[in-house]
Design a binder for this molecule. Structure first.
Ligand code: PMP
Length: 441
């Protein structure tokens, strides 16, 4: 009998998740699945983490909910203080929401309100990158550059145009240095702002390391710095979407810190709640907040569950775990190990075109031909087959169709919990390479 949920997880079509234990999820029949992607880069502490459970019980015993129209809470205040202290230079304010799309939506609205209040009401356009994903609510969807997702909801609410992503594997010419490539591709933003007229552009949105849509594609060195310069030159706000790559996934709490760039706003979510509570946050430069505070004095936005005490308690416990167990070092160490294992086991594979990423955020791009980089025929849906084979073999990974330069191609995203052990990493790569072979057979 099918259940009444409509959406992805429907009774009869999927196993029932019954329990979690470290890097594993157990279904109702007792089968174990190694969580090689933390779902979608969510479960950074693994499942059933004791410290987070204790923090949640403790908060639940005190108080679950008090509306932010009347109260603030200790966990929410503490979380905002900690995020602001850890964030790149100038980030001083934190807006707590319930997920990634809400964080992006808030960023777009805050940018718009900011320009209205500082007397530049013509700035309403957004520029993002082709093939990007920034969430599924209407504003976030409008920012994203995935033509297929956009098409069925057009016309969209925010006018957005798209420039090339920084995608070395396919974008860089053979005789071009990494640096020259980064600058060339960043300069497309400059050209696009000039084409639209800087007085009409409010923000550029991008992921520092592209996650789901492309399989852990980091920007090349120098690219984001150039993007920062271009935004400054034209008075455009830089919004970096770290919903997937942030919160330690790349080995740094904020991925953009590694690029030496301080954006105007950062969105985070997934790893912030680590799956224990829905939560997201928008981190904002003090001067943006100050301009609004000096103007209308009030960001005209809000959600019932923003700053929820349970969600904030979970996020504080996640940060405690990351700090107390030095998990950022673990991410860098195990990330390097995973990278080495992937190269060792799959580096010579005739259909593995690229292995990339940072920390425990790794991507593998699959090609029909390594020499020409020709992708597989999309009708073959290789990514879907790999997902099914891996799952049947007890591995959760995140394969997707669509490389950054268009809608064709297949890649696999890996984002295991930060606590993954050496043996579990080997199991992951073993199971993945088996699934790949079965899917290609
Ligand atoms: N931005 C990025 C980069 C994401 O990967 C996602 C989720 N995959 C979102 C935004 C939207 O987050 P959520 O699903 O929590 O709304």
């Amino acid at each position: 009998m099918p259940g009444h949920i409509f959406g992805r997880s429907t009774r009869g079509s999927l196993p029932i998740a019954a329990a979690g234990e470290g890097c594993y999820i157990l279904d109702a029949e007792g089968r174990r699945y190694l969580d090689g992607s933390g779902g979608a880069a969510v479960s950074c502490l693994g499942h059933s983490n004791e410290a987070v459970r204790a923090a949640l019980h403790d908060q639940l015993d005190r108080l679950a909910f008090a509306h932010t129209g009347f109260f603030t809470s200790e966990p929410a205040e503490r979380l905002a203080d900690r995020l602001a202290a850890a964030a790149p230079e100038g980030i001083e304010r934190v807006y707590l929401v319930s997920g990634g799309s809400e964080a992006v939506e808030a960023a777009l609205k805050l940018a718009r309100q900011y320009f209205m209040e500082v007397g530049q009401p013509g700035r309403h356009r957004v520029i993002a990158r082709r093939q990007s994903y920034h969430g599924n609510t209407l504003g976030a969807l409008a920012a994203g550059g995935n033509e297929w997702r956009r098409a069925q909801f057009a016309p969209l609410l925010v006018e957005t145009s798209h420039v090339s992503p920084c995608y070395e594997y396919r974008g860089r010419a053979e005789d071009e240095s990494l640096e020259a490539y980064g600058l060339r591709v960043a300069d497309e933003l400059d050209a696009e702002i000039r084409r639209l007229g800087p007085e009409t552009v409010m923000a550029f949105v991008a992921e520092p390391v592209v996650g789901a849509t492309a399989g852990a594609v980091p920007a090349v060195p120098g690219y984001l710095k150039r993007i920062r310069e271009i935004c400054d030159r034209h008075g455009v706000l830089l919004i970096l979407d770290e919903v997937m790559c942030g919160m330690g996934r790349t080995g740094h709490l904020f991925a953009c810190a590694e690029d030496g760039v301080a954006p105007d706003m950062i969105t985070i979510a997934k790893g912030l709640g680590a799956g224990y509570q829905p939560i997201g946050a928008l981190l904002v430069q003090g001067r943006i907040y100050d301009a609004i505070a000096a103007g209308s004095g009030f960001f005209q936005h809000g959600h019932t569950y923003m700053g929820h005490a349970m969600a904030a308690a979970a996020a504080n416990a996640v940060l405690d775990e990351i700090e107390g167990r030095d998990l950022l070092s673990a991410v860098r160490r195990q990330g390097a190990r995973l990278e080495a294992l992937l190269h060792e086991r799959l580096g010579q594979h005739p259909h593995v075109g690229d292995i990339r990423g940072r920390g425990l955020f790794r991507g593998i791009e699959l090609v029909a031909d390594r020499e020409t980089k020709e992708p597989f025929d999309p009708a073959r849906k290789l990514h879907a087959r790999i997902k099914a084979e891996a799952f049947a073999g007890g591995l959760i990974c995140y394969p997707m169709g669509g490389t950054l330069d268009g809608v064709r191609g297949d890649h696999i995203l890996l984002a295991p919990p930060f606590i993954i052990s050496d043996t579990e990493l080997e199991e992951l790569v073993d199971k993945l390479s088996g699934a790949l072979d079965r899917a290609l057979a």
